[in-house]
Design a protein around this ligand. Sequence first.
Ligand code: ATP
Ligand code: MG
Length: 349
Amino acid sequence: DPLQESDLKDLAELGMGNGGSVMKVEHVPSGIVMAKKIVLIDAKPTIRKQILRELHIMHACSSPYIVSSFGAFLSEPNICICMEFMDRGSFESIYKNIGRKIKLKGPRSSLLRANTWDSGDTEQVPGPIPIGIVRQVARCVLGGLVYLYEDMGVLHRDIKPSNILLNSEGQVKLCDFGVSGELENSVAKTFVGTSVYMSPERILGSDYTVKSDVWSLGVTLIELAHGCFPFSDTDEGESPLKSVSSATLPSALSKRASSRKSRRISVHTGVGSLSILELMHHIVQEPPPTLITPSVQHSLTTEADEFVGNCLKKDPVSRLNPRELLGTSWMDNDRTRKEMDLRTWAGTL
Ligand code: ATP
Ligand code: MG
């Protein structure tokens, strides 16, 4: 049966992005819990129908690394896309909350603070994700990219922590991939929200290839392993504390962009600020970010650093493709036995 709005009951809001919001809903006739993405689009009826047709490709996807789709429908002026609900959310929310603390209301002595658990809300505190977990996430993302590219003939086009989801079974799956060119054209996305993970060749206007997805993966892996967005205007010698304070960079960028009063979008990086154009200039002109930096080297191996280096080659010709990356030593399956598995880790969140 086709999905219809009247069969869905809202349960909770899961998050809000640049192009729309995502609700946790129950499909009442079947009892299935789903994630409903609501996208406000600015398009004529013929284009809307075209978008729905294009979204059908999602239905045909069947991979352990791709979020499954239950279907899409028009709900004027929105398009709703119903997908598998991933109960541990995105890796963006995971790393941004990994160090969460109980926030206490009102001033209290530090002694009291340490012993009190009963009041206040939780505070978002970002932190690094263990490198063994990051490694397993990388394998899943590559599995998803290979599937999309080789079996479905599509590129993802929007690899970033918020589009990599986790469930309590320890499955890691990609969502929001570029099946619909028309949808892409019709969503009023801000320039800023889509550009911070962009490869140098994309910034310079070349065609999108699977290598561009690989660049975005490299930036994403550093962000997860460091617990903060890798680009800042102070490359070397910053203290770990300062780099943690730049952790909200991408969301700060998009918030500024959507509620912008001035044309200059600045980004607070702990020490200074970087406009979006400065960031893009930096991506094109400066050496790529690296996993191992003077301030972040704890438990990071040369192999991991090399892997990320192969994702972040500025020239797409020397950058490895997803299948080549799966063949590198850091991706060797034997390691998984020595690491905490994703399912166990998901249970600790
Ligand atoms: P942008 O709009 O810039 O792409 P985004 O990816 O954060 O940013 P959305 O795609 O609208 O924006 O998603 C909003 C949030 O909803 C995500 O960050 C994620 O935490 C949550 N979410 C999305 N899809 C699912 C899902 N299938 N299951 C559970 N949570 C989801
Ligand atoms: Mg998304």
